[in-house]
Design a protein. Structure first.
Ligand SMILES: [Zn+2]
Length: 68
């Protein structure tokens, strides 16, 4: 079976940014599950996730390597 993630292999930078996004999103989810975060902490984590998304989008726009 073809995994959807194989698309990203054609662009290593895209794959790297995407895994960075996934990692920061998972980190936020894990922390939210582990304990009650303060509003400040939660916002800082959400900002980090948003930043990785922005970087990925920027790369796609500059590089034109969006998945079909
Ligand atoms: Zn790319």
């Amino acid at each position: 079976m073809c995994s959807p993630s194989t698309y990203a292999i054609s662009c290593p930078e895209h794959a790297r940014l995407e895994s960075e996004f996934r990692e920061s999103r998972d980190r936020m989810r894990n922390l939210l599950r582990l304990r009650q975060l303060t509003g400040f902490e939660e916002r800082a984590l959400a900002d980090q996730v948003a930043m990785t998304i922005a970087r990925l989008k920027e790369h796609i726009a500059a590089h034109g390597c969006e998945r079909p």
